[in-house]
Ligand binder design. Sequence first.
Ligand code: UTP
Length: 287
Amino acid sequence: MTQVKKAIIPAAGLGTRFLPATKALPKEMLPIVDKPTIQYIVEEAIESGIEDIIIVTGKGKRAIEDHFDQSLELEETLEKKEKYDLLEKVKESSNVDIHYIRQKEPNGLGHAVWCARKFIGDDPFAVLLGDDIVRAETPGLKQLINQYEATGKSVIGVQTVPYGETNRYGIIDPTDQDGRLYKVNQFVEKPVLGEEPSNLAIMGRYILNPEIMDYLDDQEIGAGNEIQLTDAIQRLNENQSVFAYDFEGRRYDVGEIKGYLKTMIEMSLEREDIRDDLLKFMERVVE
Ligand code: UTP
């Protein structure tokens, strides 16, 4: 079986939930403590054994390319100032080989994935959303790759969400269950509340067989007037089973303001150099 070595990171969305911050700054570049969101995602891909990454970008996303590029000027300045710790951190972000493709218009996640079809060719591939951070003992994506290697079928990462929130996600209608692995009857994008087939939601991590691109070729517009990846996955599922895997670990939705702030606070409190000061400050402001 071909191994999963390629990954697509779609990062061409408008980020409207973060306007006006995202007018000129990609939301994938918003920092969590001192690292941009997208770097956490690239690191998860690499730790999962991915060797080739393509980021789908769009208008106003140049900062992503600059971030992963080498900045000789900055490196020289840090070296002169003997700031070796920072120099190491800066070098880390330019150590990976990343490819880019532009999505001319943000027509939806399905369309963004389809834009990378030539890079994918006939290989199975991973998709990691540019605004979902996953932290787990075994990287979230690696858990899905393990399932792909055991079944040879596409595997979609899911986790349970509260019933009142199912209309924000792609939701699965599971049939058989084997531990954390589900066979799926249907994948439904943003079901109306009360009509959701379960509360198992798609969480920004996918392993897909290349045939998905054939369905994306002629995928019709779906929920939110966008070409939805979930709709193409459902059509693939009708012809070759697509599994869902309830992966272990925590997923942080940093694409919306409250989720972003909570993630920032949690990860800041984990940092020894920040924790005590921040806690004292928080006590003062809630007095
Ligand atoms: P989201 O729906 O969360 O991103 O897509 P968005 O559309 O930018 O966000 P809001 O709702 O306007 O605030 C999930 C991921 O898919 C990418 C986004 O950049 C994000 O990382 N995406 C979405 C694309 O690459 N292209 C699209 O057309 C839509």
